[in-house]
Write a protein that binds this ligand. Sequence first.
Ligand code: URA
Length: 263
Amino acid sequence: MSLSREQMLAEMGITPRWVLRETAEAVGAADMSAAGGAPSDGEVSSPAGEPPLAVPEPAVVQPGIPSPDALPGGGGWSELAAEVAACRACPLCQQRQQAVLGVGDRQPEWLFVGEGPGAEEDARGEPFVGQAGKLLDNMLAALDIARGNQVYIGNAVKCRPPGNRTPEADEIATCRPFLERQIALLKPKIIVLLGKVAVQGVLREDKSLASLRGQRFEYAGIPVVVTYHPAYLLRNLPDKAKAWEDLLFARRVLRAGSAGKLL
Ligand code: URA
């Protein structure tokens, strides 16, 4: 079933209260600046009477993570896939049906990183195929992108934690070289971290999600933005609106990067 944009935003729980302003592409960026103060692409506005919600200006934050030169090599996709499939480096290998490498465009603009496979992902060998995955697909669709087209989806850990528990710090650290090699191969234009475990995997940060949202981090020169995990959003519906703000922010960061602009 294909959903209209309005239906997708409804699915994310952010309409009818907020509607997307026209995008720069739709109106033409030149026309918008000529009109003086036309809406920025990163804004959402409310219907009559409610103040517009502006996405904050990105702040560049560079934690102590590798420079591009330090990106790991380690062969191509086939070597990586074979090593992930055979990995027995941590206890998560014991109960998995299979390791789940990731899915999507291998020359993507966007890389979304989740936590780790759940039961359905473990059975099917693909990330985000359960309920959280449906919400993620709708979030992508609201951005006019889809898994497999400009987007790659992976996880901080490649094997299902038993009972879908949160991966331990040492499991995240053990799996990190695989994620880093994936990023080095993918060279995405932006990385979106879905939840705390993804943040630990890529940025090695252990702060609250709320304190990390709305900032532009960098990993090996690639912009990184943080938002809530879709499974969390399914349990905390009001925060879907914040996730939508984060995605708009990420799109602004991506576009600013591809235009070569300094933020
Ligand atoms: N949650 C995740 O973080 N990753 C998946 O692949 C599925 C659910």
